[in-house]
Design a protein around this ligand. Structure first.
Ligand SMILES: [Zn+2]
Length: 185
């Protein structure tokens, strides 16, 4: 792989989100602010898929990258709608369903741990689309939120018992808010 592999991947991507589909939407940083794109080329997509255990294909093409970004933005629109208590627009529902169906991934047990397997990037995107569908329509649906940080707006599932977390991550955005509040005093 290219030089990038020797770097700490966390300097390129935010991988702290426990929900796969939302971790994928976080490949744009600070969506409501500077909106920094981290999937700048097919190699970056391959690196992200590798970090998520979904690098099924040695060759990630420009077309794969285009499809991945379309899926990502679809998930973000859909997630923002759900976080807002609204409905996902029909076109995005259709796109998520189509991308979920457009693959043949499967789970395996390997050394006692669950892993995804597949043969193409379409299979990887299918896993991400299925995860988005489960997150947005499953039991955690009412816990889907958008980060209160004015620059971030990142999606997350609030796992607190009281369902009252306001930031995508307490160590990053939550901490930033805490510091800002202290500075105002
Ligand atoms: Zn955030």
């Amino acid at each position: 792989m290219t030089q990038g592999a020797s770097l700490d991947i966390r300097t390129i991507f935010r991988l702290d989100n426990a929900v796969l589909a939302f971790r994928f939407t976080a490949t744009i940083f600070d969506r409501a602010g500077a909106a920094i794109e981290r999937l700048t080329d097919p190699g970056r997509l391959r690196l992200w898929l590798h970090a998520s255990g979904l690098d099924f294909s040695d060759e990630v093409t420009a077309e794969d990258l285009t499809a991945a970004k379309a899926l990502r933005e679809c998930i973000h629109r859909a997630g923002a709608a759900v976080a807002d208590g609204g409905q996902i627009v029909a076109a995005d529902v259709r796109a998520l369903n189509a991308l979920s169906r457009n693959g043949n991934p499967y789970r395996v047990l390997e050394k006692g741990e669950v892993r995804w397997r597949g043969a193409s990037t379409a299979d990887a995107l299918s896993v991400i689309a299925a995860d988005a569908i489960y997150t947005l329509g499953g039991p955690d649906r009412d816990r889907v939120k958008a980060c209160s940080d004015e620059h971030c707006h990142g999606l997350y599932v609030d796992t607190t018992r009281a369902n009252n977390r306001r930031w995508c991550n307490m160590n990053t955005c939550g901490n930033r808010a805490k510091k800002a509040a202290l500075a105002r005093r």
